[in-house]
Design a protein around this ligand. Sequence first.
Ligand SMILES: C[S@@+](CC[C@H](N)C(=O)[O-])C[C@H]1O[C@@H](n2cnc3c(N)ncnc32)[C@H](O)[C@@H]1O
Length: 250
Amino acid sequence: MDQNTPSPGQKPDSLYAKSRKVVPPFEFDQQVANVFQDMISRSVPGYALVLDLIGLATAQYSQMSTNCYDLGCSLGASALKMQQQAAANCKVIAIDNSSAMIEKCKQQFTHLGLTDQIELHCQDINQTPISNASVVVLNYTLQFIEKPARAPLLNKIHQGMCENGVLIVSEKVRHSRTKTQDLLTNLHLDFKRQQGYSELEIAQKRASLETVLIAESEKEHLHRISNAGFSEVSIISKALNFTTFLGIKA
Ligand SMILES: C[S@@+](CC[C@H](N)C(=O)[O-])C[C@H]1O[C@@H](n2cnc3c(N)ncnc32)[C@H](O)[C@@H]1O
């Protein structure tokens, strides 16, 4: 899926364009699934680059006859990159707990003739068994997992990975210095304005995510990934407050 090409059934994101009396907490429901490709491309600076990096890392680290997991796959953008670059006989497994996302994702894969090549499951990733994995991707998903469950999830992933496997985690992060955090936030707001979002859309979306997306600092992420047992833990991409981490199972 080319991020600039609309996928079947996808619409432009105008979910927050009308004023709402009450802004409910953000959910990955049918309405969001219908516009998600446009929403994520216009909200996350560097999103397309990160997808390309996932493809490159898959080409380099996937091993023959192993599993590659896309955890929190939404419409399957990362899974597609993995499928295109994976070593021979790899199984790409894409998981999401939103039935609306899984349904849309299935439509994408059917449209691309890939239903036999990518396994799709509607499941809580905290419950997903990980085994024989050479590539595991959490692309902007960990931030939606309850904080106490994040370390156990990474520990489980590490246990289920092969030697020399790669973990990629992308997150919205927050800076520990208030002044720097404000600077990054303001630039992100400008990015969204430049993408055509109105002040009302930006404010309402922000309010809806407030209690749902729990951002942590880069330091917390680096520690957690290292503590799970990964080595060579590093940042491979950073655009404003959106960071992608990589770790290798030695
Ligand atoms: C920001 S989106 C991920 C975007 C996607 N990885 C990509 O690269 O385009 C976060 C996704 O994680 C899913 N998610 C959140 N918590 C989950 C959980 N506990 N189990 C499975 N999926 C989850 C949401 O339904 C949503 O589709």
